[in-house]
Design a protein around this ligand. Structure first.
Ligand SMILES: Nc1ncnc2c1ncn2[C@@H]1O[C@H](COP(=O)(O)OP(=O)(O)OP(=O)(O)O)[C@@H](O)[C@H]1O
Ligand SMILES: [Mg+2]
Length: 522
């Protein structure tokens, strides 16, 4: 082996230096490839390194587009017509052939290669010099996914085999980077898809149409939701526990221009009072013992979207002051922080507390109350919207049947009566629980009275509950019998009494009691 062949495309005297340069090129290239997740950018850097260290006059990386089947230019360095889109079909041109065959190709003298004729015409600046073109495949999992090509100055003594090998190593390093990039892209796409899906699901779940109920009071609530949703106004939701305040908060958000931004809920009651401020406003590192790293508060997380402060009546006075400031100035600082953070959120607050009473008792700041009470929606208790009870019961029947994989189809009339006459102190939440329980214990297609919990049974039985039902049905039976007899006797009361084997006196007494008009039967 002559010294000139050892040195690849370098001068014989530079043989040793050339080997060192190749190794350092590979090292630099691998660093460039792992430095950034931007594939184009890292390829670009690799090509620049090849130009700098190895006198590549021009170099390109092409990759096969899996969808179109076309070979596309990913990165290039050196002389290339700017802004030119380079595309080949697989098999077309030298590069296309390398991608198709997976084998490197060497064109010692570009000027003599017919495939390069038009390329030379494109680039008159290179026509003075004789060039050598070398291309090596980029292979991933035994499949060629692209090629790297370089133009070098023609030198008669160049050892093409070694150069091809070197370029092949660079190609396989690029292949690894492409692999990582594709994995990341696939994962990213999966996350994007999942996110889109979840958003859609959320939207569906909290769409307006998921609010069940057509009663007058609820229709009024829908109207208010529709009015306020498209604005940025602070909303205060008031109503007993379980009336659907949270559901309404969702409906407002998902029907607002902020629907694509986050909906963040903070329950003011669930958090210990000393944690709530750091939860709301976040903190800087070292703000208190245990604050090892800075943390964003919910105000920051909700940026651009909606912040839902549930059970705001439970907020302590110190935090009320801070919240008031955010509502007034639209800015705050993290705990232990000095930087003022501007915030753009829509606030929805909810409470089942009598805030006016809390103000009188000095537990709730009046100024905060006025800030919150810009647009109030009173969610009526279920007992004030009786027509919705059956709609909701059917809705939950279907929902929980599906969830528990049961075939329960309807609710029996006595069970419906029990549902209708109950006063629902726990509102819609209680109704949902009652129906879910019934579905669980129900072993047929129909929910019967005995599938309902004791609270509803005792409600019926207590006072006049079940006796009333017995008396009612006996009376209904008696009334029917009296009328039947009158019909048969054509309004003759003596005859009707005989038909019923009773005296005329008792018969007349009963007829009067039920207010039956015997003359109608004549
Ligand atoms: N109109 C409705 N249509 C369908 N489901 C409803 C309706 N109202 C309430 N619900 C359901 O009832 C349950 C209780 O509602 P939600 O949590 O919104 O009540 P809340 O007013 O926030 O109660 P709390 O004050 O106790 O937090 C939830 O499961 C909710 O999905
Ligand atoms: Mg709630």
């Amino acid at each position: 082996m002559s010294s000139s062949t050892v040195a690849g495309w370098l001068e014989p005297s530079e043989a040793h230096a050339g080997e060192v340069r190749k190794l350092s090129t590979l090292l630099e290239a691998s660093q460039a490839l792992s430095a950034t997740l931007d594939l184009k950018e890292s390829l670009q850097r690799v090509l620049e390194i090849l130009g700098r260290h190895h006198g590549a006059i021009r170099s390109t990386v092409v990759l096969l587009n899996e969808h179109t089947g076309e070979v596309e230019l990913e990165a290039s360095a050196g002389a290339i017509a700017p802004g030119k889109r380079v595309r080949y079909r697989v098999g077309e041109g030298i590069t296309g052939q390398v991608v198709q065959t997976g084998k490197p190709m060497v064109v010692p003298r570009v000027s003599r290669e017919p495939a390069f004729l038009n390329r030379a015409a494109d680039r008159p600046e290179l026509s003075q010099e004789e060039l050598t073109y070398i291309s090596a495949p980029i292979a991933l999992d035994h499949k060629t996914v692209g090629a790297i090509g370089i133009d070098l100055r023609f030198k008669a003594e160049r050892d093409y085999a070694r150069t091809v090998k070197f370029l092949g190593v660079v190609g396989s390093m690029i292949a690894q980077a492409v692999k990582v990039h594709r994995l990341i892209e696939a994962e990213k796409q999966r996350l994007v898809d999942e996110n889109t899906h979840l958003r859609q699901e959320l939207k569906e779940r909290y769409d307006f149409s998921n609010l069940v109920g057509t009663s007058g009071p609820m229709r009024q609530v829908y109207e208010q939701i529709a009015q306020v949703a498209r604005t940025n106004t602070t909303v205060l939701l008031r109503g007993e526990s379980g009336t659907g305040k949270e559901l309404i908060a969702h409906a407002i958000h998902y029907n607002s221009p902020r629907a694509k931004k986050p909906f963040i809920k903070v329950s003011c009651a669930a958090l210990p009072q000393d944690l709530i401020e750091s939860e709301l406003f976040g903190y800087e590192k070292g703000a208190f013992t245990g604050a090892h790293a800075p943390k964003k508060g919910r105000f920051e997380v909700a940026e651009g979207g909606t912040l839902f402060l549930d059970e705001i009546g439970e907020l302590n006075l110190a935090t009320q002051v801070k919240l008031l400031r955010v509502l007034q100035d639209r800015e705050f600082e993290r705990l232990g922080g000095t930087e003022t953070i501007r915030t753009n959120i829509r606030l929805i607050a909810a409470t089942n507390k009598d805030l006016e009473k809390a103000i009188a008792a000095g537990e709730f700041r009046e100024d905060l109350y006025y800030r919150l009470n810009v647009f109030s929606i009173f969610v009526p208790p279920l007992r004030e919207r009786k027509p919705d009870v059956l709609l909701l019961a059917d809705y939950f029947l279907e929902k929980f049947s599906r969830e528990h994989s049961k075939q329960v189809k309807r609710i029996s009339t006595p069970a419906i009566d029990m549902l209708s006459s109950y006063h629902w102190p726990g509102n819609v939440r209680e109704l949902a629980n009652v129906i879910e329980r019934a579905i669980v214990v129900c072993d047929a297609q129909v929910v019967h009275a005995h599938h309902l919990p004791p609270t509803l049974q005792t409600a019926e039985a207590s006072g006049t509950g079940q006796t009333a039902t017995l008396r009612d049905s006996l009376e209904a039976f008696e009334r029917d019998a009296l009328q039947d007899a009158l019909k048969s006797a054509r309004g003759n009361r003596a005859k009707a009494a005989r038909l019923l084997a009773t005296t005329e006196r008792i018969f007349n007494y009963r007829v009067r009691k039920y207010g039956i008009d015997w003359r109608r039967f004549k």
